[in-house]
Design a protein. Sequence first.
Length: 169
Amino acid sequence: MTQKKRPLGTIARKVSPDSTGRFTRQRLTEEQQEEARQSRLLRWALQAEARAILPNERVAECLRAINPMSLGVQVLHSTEHQIAHYKSLIVCGSVWMCPLCAAKISERRRDELERAVTHHVEQGAVYMATYTVSHSLYSHLLSGMQKDAMSKLDEVLERQEGDEKSESG
Ligand SMILES: [Zn+2]
């Protein structure tokens, strides 16, 4: 690994975490573990390509530069989860350019979404709505477009409540 003196930019929120999160390999079969290993190798290979293609982007130094605020790099290993990872390396945090960061961020978002959906299902229900609003380059988002979208959402929710009441009553 080559150590460059060039700063990566803002580092305040972009340092590899010291926790393994909630991920565990204990529940995976050997075949699933091998599949995960192959996926991980592919992500590292893709990051190497991204680094070559985008040498001036943060992805070029992701997990290759040491956080200047730390004394060095630590390799942490969880015997419980059978996972090892680096601590104090700078990460780029780019979902779009870095396959390694994208995987971590996606997993974290999936977990957050799963917990939110579980919580809301316990409280009642979860709905997902997508609307496309006709607009031009000069339309102001917070004017009529937002009101239109919100009123359509209100209509859907009122209709849903009406359906639920008629089913239960
Ligand atoms: Zn990254």
